[in-house]
Design a protein around this ligand. Structure first.
Ligand SMILES: Nc1ncnc2c1ncn2[C@@H]1O[C@H](COP(=O)(O)OP(=O)(O)OP(=O)(O)O)[C@@H](O)[C@H]1O
Ligand SMILES: [Mg+2]
Length: 500
């Protein structure tokens, strides 16, 4: 596709929800499944990346999707370059990396595109920053809430002042304002502070505009009273955690990448671009996490807002787009819940991977496990690889549910296991066959309820690839509301090949 495709030629894609993407024997995973989200779990080395995620990535690329790839590990971008090459989509890769050839000024972008929803959404960007800061700080939920609510309030009073006075927002100005804001009433009254401080000069300039925008008075008052009167301890903890998270955006590569000009837009993925956010968390730490979360947030907003092309009578189906997040616990945000609730109509296909539920819970700040469970519930397809984590395995067994199994005495086990379906006895019954024919052997059958897939099945019955397993990776797949043809049950055991 790359060499001979003219730049202006659109990348073909499949937009029909019935489009088959993957098949498992007689069962087909279609675009309609993809837009309802996939969550992949499995212990380290169980084959998530090289098995199911790779198969999904290849299928999505071959269907012409664009999308965004979150990078937790350093080899993620390399994997995707290989997938794109194998799918003939190499030319569509756009990489945001430390070379900073591709740049994205997120405040300019937000201001230019969010229109009426700008302030609310921009605050959500700021929330993303503070959320990431608190997620990596290990603070408890109560402390987090307190810090974030106050940081949000603080920033909500600086943005309108800066926009009104300067017409443009920069990270430098936000930080300069907060750093020079008054920390006591004595300072508010101090003439030197009034003359020299950036905050004081901004508030003074804003006061001249109050006739046309009376709200500016409320914002100015906040700094001169509430903020100035805070206890030093509270103020410094709120301010320092916020500013220390955004300081890195003021210098070096992060400034080049996110605070200069813009030559990559989230919307490019809507035309088929595969945007790799190659600032891996394992290498760049919290800043890799924060900057990817900011891009992701704005991508989600842009993706929800897009409208079908074509005429009103004959709209062209939207190009499906994906968001892939391996080690997704680094990238989940409160916004995900809302995004994935409407992802189907936005034709957005989420694929999130995590090792186990405790890792997933550990990084979500709001609502703890409850919030995490609500988010997990948004992914209608669950792909579960081998795992030794008890919580994850117990939850998987519980989700798949119980069936009636049969057991014969004399240890003749005739269990119908692995959900092969069939006519199970509806009641617990003990039957005897005393017909006296033949050798006169009597067999006692008893039936009992048990998990269709017991928790320990995940610890020792699923292959994890490598040569020893002939490159096969197994997983149990469950899709909400679906009975699989192959198993006649609500789950299927699928094998993925690591060598596509
Ligand atoms: N193409 C391949 N051919 C053969 N073996 C592979 C291939 N890719 C990965 N492996 C091996 O297969 C196993 C599963 O690897 P994979 O990276 O997919 O696991 P994972 O579940 O993603 O693990 P993690 O949580 O650590 O990312 C590992 O032992 C890995 O070394
Ligand atoms: Mg992996």
């Amino acid at each position: 596709m790359g060499l001979f495709r003219k730049k202006s030629q659109p990348i073909p894609y499949h937009g029909d929800l019935k489009t088959p993407l993957l098949s498992f024997g007689r069962d087909v995973f279609r675009l309609d499944d993809a837009v309802r989200g996939v969550l992949v779990t499995g212990g380290t080395g169980s084959g998530k990346t090289s098995g199911s995620a790779r198969a999904l990535a290849m299928a999505y690329l071959k269907a012409g999707m664009g999308g965004v790839v979150m990078c937790a590990k350093s080899d993620e971008a390399e994997n995707w370059r290989a997938y794109a090459k194998a799918a003939g989509r190499e030319a569509d890769i756009i990489e945001i990396n430390e070379q900073a050839e591709r740049r994205f000024n997120f405040l300019d972008y937000a201001q230019a595109t969010l229109g009426q929803t700008f302030e609310g959404n921009l605050l959500s960007v700021i929330d993303t920053i503070t959320e990431a800061a608190t997620a990596s700080s290990g603070q408890g939920d109560g402390e987090n809430r307190f810090f974030r609510d106050n940081a949000r309030e603080m920033v909500s009073h600086v943005l309108p002042l800066l926009i009104a006075v300067y017409g443009r927002l920069t990270v430098r100005d936000i930080v300069a304002f907060i750093d020079s804001a008054p920390t006591s009433q004595a300072m508010v009254a101090d003439e030197t502070w009034q003359a020299e401080s950036f905050a004081a000069r901004t508030i003074a300039a804003a006061s001249l505009l109050m006739d046309s925008d009376p709200d500016l008075e409320i914002h100015g008052e906040y700094w001169l009273t509430r903020f100035a009167d805070w206890s030093d301890k509270t103020r410094s903890s709120v301010v320092s955690t916020f500013t220390s998270t955004v300081y890195p955006f003021l210098t070096g590569k992060l400034r080049d990448l996110f605070c200069t000009h813009t030559n990559v837009l989230p919307e490019m993925s809507h035309s088929g671009a595969i945007i790799l956010l190659n600032l891996p968390v394992k290498k760049f730490g919290a800043m890799g996490e924060v900057s990817q979360k900011i891009f992701k947030f704005l991508w989600q907003v842009a993706t929800e807002a897009r409208q079908p092309e074509g005429t009103k009578r004959r709209p062209k189906p939207l190009r499906p787009v994906f968001i892939f997040a391996d080690e997704c616990q680094f990238f989940t945000t409160e916004r995900d819940d809302e995004f994935f609730s409407t992802a189907r109509s936005a034709r957005a296909c989420g694929v999130y991977l995590t090792q186990d539920l405790p890792s997933f819970y550990s990084r979500l700040t709001k609502g703890g496990e409850h919030g995490a469970d609500a988010l997990i519930g948004k992914f209608q397809t669950r792909i579960m690889h081998g795992n030794v984590d008890k919580t994850t395995n117990a939850a998987a067994a519980e989700m798949i549910g119980q069936i009636t199994k049969q057991q014969a005495s004399q240890q003749q086990n005739i269990n119908r296991n692995l959900g092969e379906g069939g006519a199970y006895q509806p009641h617990d019954v003990a039957q005897s066959d005393n017909s006296g024919k033949g050798m006169g052997v009597s067999t006692t059958l008893s039936t009992y309820r048990d998990y269709a897939i017991p928790p320990d099945y995940f610890t020792n019955q699923l292959r994890n690839g490598t040569k020893a397993n002939r490159y096969k990776v197994d997983a149990i797949i469950v899709t909400a509301g679906r009975t699989w043809k192959h198993s006649r049950a609500n789950f299927i055991k699928a094998a993925f090949d690591q060598r596509l």
